[in-house]
Ligand binder design. Structure first.
Ligand SMILES: [Zn+2]
Length: 254
């Protein structure tokens, strides 16, 4: 089964609403705003069939009411009653069929408690959990919970493309270079992404392989990261949760 086309719709200052379509029918992931989605559908002559939600934040669900009114689409999302527009609730092990492709649900709490990710062969919609070169802030969960969620994503096949919800890559990689100034993979990636952004191109999707090699937030068990934290008096032990928490707190104040 080949994937339908996946392309980004830009929203607000740095959100990506992912559009999946087969030339006729469409789904969108995390429509924080309805207007750019309706415009993209019109330009491409697409009928919106469904919406996939990763978590309850307004910049991910703000357009849902208007899209339902305009298109009568079906909405899938997490078990969170604060988003009453969700028609079909999904949890760990559930799946949803989108244009002939099956997407499995992983629960990835931490950024929020309701956060889920959609995984198919070759792609993941991970919302605000894993970013290119970084990860989401831990708002509702705990640091160990967030690390476990990132560990689930890290275990996906290396070639899996990572469709995150924001263009945060340059600031994430700026932080990554401060943590690991001598890391060649991070430097290469930063240069590549600077070129892309200079041409107003998205830096996403990335891949799990790319994240494993140049995203410090997936390297809680890498001695080089622990060493960097020690050098800056940030971590007391090399315990995986302590390393991850120290890194996330450092970035919060970066
Ligand atoms: Zn969020």
């Amino acid at each position: 089964m080949t994937h339908p086309t996946i392309e980004p719709i830009k929203a607000f200052s740095d959100n990506y609403i992912w559009l999946l379509h087969d030339g006729r029918s469409a789904y969108v992931v995390d429509p924080g705003d309805a207007e750019p989605v309706l415009q993209a559908l019109q330009e491409r002559h697409l009928q919106l069939e469904g919406v996939l939600i990763t978590h309850h934040h307004p910049d991910h669900v703000g357009g849902v009411v208007a899209l339902k009114t305009e298109t009568a689409c079906t909405v899938w999302g997490p078990h969170n009653p604060s988003v009453p527009q969700i028609d079909q609730r999904l949890g760990e092990g559930d799946s949803v069929d989108v244009l002939g492709v099956k997407w499995q649900i992983l629960e990835v709490p931490g950024h929020t408690l309701d956060h889920i990710a959609y995984v198919s062969a070759g792609a993941v919609f991970c919302g605000d959990t894993l970013f290119a070169g970084g990860c989401g802030r831990v708002f509702e969960g705990t640091f160990p919970m967030m690390r476990q969620s990132l560990a689930k994503l890290r275990r996906l096949p290396p070639e899996t493309r990572v469709y995150c919800a924001h263009e945060y890559t340059l600031s994430n990689l700026a932080f990554a270079t401060s943590v690991a100034p001598d890391d060649a993979a991070i430097q290469r990636r930063l240069a590549d992404c600077q070129r892309l952004r200079a041409a107003d191109e998205p830096t996403v999707p990335s891949s799990i392989q790319e994240e494993c090699s140049s995203n410090p937030f997936l390297r809680w068990d890498d001695p080089a990261i622990y060493q960097a934290l020690t050098l800056h008096d940030k971590a007391a032990t090399d315990d995986h949760d302590a390393v991850f928490a120290a890194l996330r707190q450092w970035k919060d104040n970066f």
